[in-house]
Structures are given as C-alpha cells and as structure tokens.
Design a protein around this ligand. Structure first.
Ligand SMILES: [Zn+2]
Length: 133
C-alpha cells in the first residue's frame, strides 16, 4: 500500500489529486481519501510501484499554474506533498459536499470526476461482490 501525505493541501486539491492518480493508474489501482492522506490500493494485475505514483503526483502539480509552490518528496513508502502556500485549516477538510462534477463512492471513498466513471467504479464493486458469492 502506498500513501500520499497531503496534509499541506486543501480539501479540493486532495480530491483532484486522488482522481488524477486513479485515472493515471488505469485500473491497476485506485486512490482513496483517508483523512489527510491519499491511500493507493492495488486492484489487480501488475504491482503498482511507488515511483509510478510519485510521478503521477509530480505530473499533477507540474501541470498547474502554481507548480512552483509544490514539492514532492518520497520518504520510505510515503510520498509527501509540501506546499509553500499555507492552507487555512477550514479549507483542509474534505467536506460532505463535493465540488460540482465529482462523485464519491459510498463503499470505499473513491472519487470519480464524472458520472460515467462513477458508474463504472460502482459496477466493479458489484462484480467483486458477485465473485465472492
Ligand atoms: Zn468504491
């Protein structure tokens, strides 16, 4: 399991980062929100490497306007995101109301950036439940 320490990011940024990691892993893993952290869960197939997640995190921040404000560091199996811009404590929390266009899975906390992706994700749970029967 790979962890991304996002304690210096706002709730919105955490959600967007989680979505971006999930999409980058293309089905081999999903990124879930867990308090201040994002946890990457292995789904199936090949092993998700720490370096792969780190490069997705770096890619996410290097594409933004404020790229120079962020620094990504790897400490053991944890990837830590540092922000030069302090985030007020009340904006750090992921609120129950997601930004428009985001959908969160009630089973595992997975965040999807479109209804179609959300439906696909929920179907995966159904499939897994079916297999366990
Ligand atoms: Zn789920």
């Amino acid at each position: 399991m790979i962890e991304v320490d996002c304690s210096e990011l706002s709730g919105d940024a955490k959600l967007k980062l989680a979505v971006s990691i999930s999409e980058g892993l293309e089905g081999t893993g999903i990124a879930l929100l867990n308090g201040d952290d994002i946890v990457v869960d292995q789904l199936s197939g090949r092993k998700v490497e720490n370096k792969e997640v780190q490069s997705l995190v770096e890619g996410f921040f290097s594409s933004g306007k404020k790229a120079s404000l962020y620094r990504v560091e790897s400490i053991g199996s944890t990837i830590v995101v540092h922000s030069a811009e302090p985030v007020p404590a009340d904006r750090k929390k992921v609120t129950n109301s997601l930004p428009p266009g985001f959908f969160q899975c009630s089973v595992c906390g997975f965040v999807a950036a479109s209804k179609a992706k959300y439906d696909n994700h929920v179907r995966m749970h159904d499939l897994m439940r079916g297999l366990a029967r």
